[in-house]
Design a protein around this ligand. Structure first.
Ligand SMILES: [Zn+2]
Length: 221
């Protein structure tokens, strides 16, 4: 099954993608991971991407798509894959269409994980992370026993810089502006399923699994 997962920052898209990939036994393809892999292995594409990153510039769409294309050509992608957070722009989507055409592949479904902006802002702005062990808390939904202190290791809980309200609002605005044309690009061509993530993470997993025809979301961790 060839899937694409869409979702704003804070909806838990990445974690859902990991579980779904495991359940379907297909690779989970996130551009961040592939970039890191190319850079670590010092490939030509990796070197090219690094040049832009060193200058603090965005990697051009064409290069990003080449990197994804090289990944999609690998053996383990022939029976399916999950694209996570890619394409990000309409430009990337158009390139991706070409690549998939060349590979004689078609997307089977797009899963759009949705949550209203207010809930996303609450979720992200209340998030606290242990500076020592990385455990994740939420001031309302998953508060530590002692305020500001990690239950697990007694480390200090901090708020990530990205998680302040002003930054979140800006990130959401950018996300919506970029995603609207993406959705339009696939409308009527690829089956699209909206999954509400307004309940718990587990409930969302269950909905994502049923969207692809899997019965149970019980996956070995
Ligand atoms: Zn901790």
């Amino acid at each position: 099954m060839r899937l694409m997962l869409l979702g704003a920052p804070g909806v838990g898209k990445g974690s859902q993608a990991v579980l779904l990939a495991k359940a379907l036994s297909v690779p989970h393809i996130s551009t961040g991971d592939i970039f890191r892999c190319h850079i670590v292995n010092n490939t030509e594409l990796g070197k090219e991407a690094q040049k832009y990153m060193d200058k603090g510039m965005l990697v051009p769409d064409e290069l990003t798509v080449s990197i994804v294309a090289s990944r999609l050509k690998q053996d383990d992608c022939q029976d399916g894959f999950i694209l996570d957070g890619f394409p990000r722009t309409i430009n990337q989507a158009v390139f991706l269409d070409k690549v998939l055409d060349e590979l004689k592949m078609q997307l089977d479904m797009i899963i759009n994980i949705v949550l209203d902006d207010r809930s996303i802002i609450n979720r992200l702005s209340g998030r606290r992370i242990c500076a020592k062990c990385g455990a994740v808390y939420h001031i309302e939904d998953k508060a530590p026993a002692n305020e500001g202190i990690c239950d697990l290791c007694k480390g200090e809980l901090i708020q990530r810089e990205d998680d302040n309200e002003e930054t979140i609002v800006r990130r959401l605005k950018v996300y919506h502006e970029m995603t609207k044309p993406l959705i339009d690009n696939y409308k009527g061509r690829v089956k699209m399923v909206d999954v509400e993530s307004n309940k718990s993470f587990e409930v969302t997993t269950q909905k994502v699994f049923s969207a692809v025809g899997l019965k149970s979301a019980k996956v070995e961790a």
